[in-house]
Unconditional design. Structure first.
Length: 184
């Protein structure tokens, strides 16, 4: 996600090139970043990429940047930088959507749960009449397996679980656009 923020920053700076009308590009970029964080960053929407507000903001950004890049007054280097940074931003968005759409395979989860249960059952059978220390061992083994599975679920769904992907890099670019950090 930091690549998407870096590319947004690159586009914001490319918009400050001589001859480029900075304000429309940075305004469209700000709208896109805010729509992304509001509507497309967590939950099921993170994997779809079909949020109407975000799709509209992205289309507006692409049209604005391409219109500026087509102007002959800005020259080839500035035009190329605008288009390259826009293309990098949209490519990283596609990568984010693809990463968000991945879920843990059901078969994998079932195998891990069954292996954990089998391990606990076997440990219990071996230590059934061995005393308190063996019961403590079995109980701690069950706890470790349960916590490991919980961690697997939390880390396996970074846009839907308790542990989520930070949007701080995008927020930093948004703040920079709002405060005038990206000015010519």
């Amino acid at each position: 996600m930091s690549n998407e923020a870096a590319d947004a920053s690159r586009l914001a700076w490319a918009a400050t090139s001589p001859g480029v009308d900075t304000a429309p590009i940075q305004s469209a970029l700000l709208d896109y970043l805010q729509a992304t964080r509001s509507n497309e960053w967590s939950g099921v929407a993170a994997a779809n990429g079909e949020d109407p507000a975000t799709v509209h903001a992205l289309a507006n950004l692409e049209n604005t940047v391409r219109a500026q890049a087509a102007r002959t007054v800005i020259g080839t280097p500035a035009s190329t930088e605008l288009l390259a940074s826009l293309d990098a931003l949209t490519s990283d968005r596609r990568d984010r959507l693809a990463a968000a759409s991945h879920q843990l395979p059901v078969f994998y989860v079932v195998v891990l749960v069954l292996a954990g249960v089998a391990l606990i059952v076997n440990a219990s059978a071996l230590t059934l009449r061995s005393g308190r220390r063996s019961a403590l061992l079995t109980g701690s083994l069950a706890s470790v397996i349960g916590l490991s599975l919980a961690l697997l679920f939390a880390l396996g769904t970074p846009w839907r679980g308790a542990i989520t992907v930070s949007g701080q890099p995008i927020d930093a670019v948004t703040q920079g656009l709002n405060t005038g950090y990206f000015t010519p």
